[in-house]
Write a protein that binds this ligand. Structure first.
Ligand code: 0T9
Length: 386
């Protein structure tokens, strides 16, 4: 492919051959330097809040219908960042750094224009396969998003197919003191453009937003499907009689998730629009004096990231090997001492009752999933009053 530097062409070809034969977890495979991202997968949950004002608006909604529309608008508005931002900043999709077990990321979006402060904790709760658990909270608006992410990859027709495993639950505290919970599931990804060395993501199949008297389905299509355009979606919100919601009408939104959309049924007019720039998270150290500890992602990968950014791939690869060996040694030491790694912020539960209830309502499979419950232990740097 022409996007591949000449010196890396044969290594890219053999990388592609090995992804075609390995199925499941590509994260630990060694890829040629030109495709490496200096950012770890542990940072990716920040994409959920790069439009913090839209997240905050969920807390300001007055009715069930307003609330579910605010959830849908926030969700759709994150997709551009989640799935196209590496292309925008570095020309193509890149392979994220493969996180270490227990890797941490703390971040915040400051209060501004009455939207309240929003904070994030992400922790790598599994190394192989990579699983990231996260919590994003805007306390003043009564909003808390808790979720986890894993991927199952396969190769088909020259593309990587990524099935996202995991889900998120958004809890909205209402002024009455009661809570509404929304279940969010995640789309499937197809990574195209591999042959040319310029990979990019298209979303396929569907994902769900279920809660507050609505079952929402977001369908994704790319070029050559119902609109003929890339990044097309159609979201249908169907009220559930008997689920407490007062709403009775179905709402349909259509458009391009990386640009804009409009309400076409159950209302009319513009819906989301992500032409304005997004707001990146501010990384915060989680240690007592606001410093970054050795397992905090930007500290842990500091020299690897620097090497990748500056084109010093020897240093990057040496440092990466050092970290991997150190982690292997930790796991061996645990076995020898009969201990095991424990998450700092999350407790794993083998089935999530909130997922089960809402998945049943929307006929989502599988009927149950595990989940990671946030322990509520915010670092002082994010919650000085703790
Ligand atoms: C959750 C997101 C996820 C993580 C990434 C598939 C992928 C790892 C998972 C799904 C976020 O909310 C959204 C965005 C991008 C996803 C990544 C894109 C990607 O390519 C990687 C996989 C593991 C690879 O690195 C494949 C090899 C690479 C050479 C292709 C560029």
């Amino acid at each position: 492919g022409e996007a591949v530097p000449v010196a890396q062409r044969s290594s890219w070809t053999s990388f592609l051959k090995s992804i075609a034969s390995v199925s499941g977890d590509l994260s630990s495979m060694t890829a040629p330097p030109f495709i490496l991202s200096p950012i770890s997968l542990t940072e990716y949950p920040a994409y959920w809040c790069e439009r913090p004002e839209l997240f905050a608006e969920i807390g300001d909604a007055k009715t069930s219908e307003e609330r579910v529309l605010a959830v849908l608008k926030w969700f759709i508005s994150t997709l551009k960042g989640q799935y196209t931002s590496r292309n925008e900043t570095s020309g193509s999709e890149k392979k994220p750094l493969n996180p270490a077990l227990g890797e941490l990321f703390y971040g915040t979006w400051p209060d501004k224009d009455g939207r309240g402060k929003t904070d994030l904790i992400a922790e790598q709760v599994s190394h192989h396969p990579p699983i990231t658990a996260y919590v994003i909270e805007n306390q003043s608006k009564g909003l808390k998003l808790v979720g986890h992410n894993a991927q199952k990859t396969s190769f088909s027709g020259g593309s990587i197919i990524v099935k996202q495993i995991g889900h998120a639950v958004l809890t909205v505290k209402l002024p009455s003191g009661s809570e509404e919970k929304f279940l969010l599931t995640l789309p499937r990804l197809r990574i195209d453009g591999l042959w040319y060395g310029a990979p990019y993501i298209e979303l396929t199949e569907h994902s769900n937003i279920v809660g507050d008297g609505f079952v929402g389905v977001v369908e994704y299509k790319g070029k050559g499907y119902f609109s003929g355009k890339s990044h097309t979606f159609k979201a249908t919100l169907t009220p559930q009689p008997g689920m407490g919601g007062a709403a009775t009408k179905e709402i349909v939104v259509e458009g391009l998730w990386h640009q804009n959309s409009k309400i076409v049924t159950g209302g009319h007019g513009p819906f989301h629009d992500v032409s304005a720039p997004k707001e990146e998270v501010t990384a915060v150290g989680g240690e007592a004096r606001g410093e970054m500890g050795p397992m905090e992602t930007r500290k842990l990968w500091e020299l690897v990231s620097k090497g990748i950014r500056e084109g010093d791939f020897d240093t990057a690869s040496k440092e990466k090997t050092r970290i991997e060996n150190e982690m292997r040694q930790r796991r061996k030491d645990e076995v020898a001492s009969g201990t095991s790694w424990e998450s700092k912020h999350f407790n794993q539960i083998s089935s999530d009752p909130v997922y089960e209830d809402l998945a049943k309502l929307a006929k989502i499979t599988p009927p149950t999933e595990d989940a990671y419950v946030f322990r509520g232990n915010w670092p002082k740097s994010l919650r000085p009053s703790n």
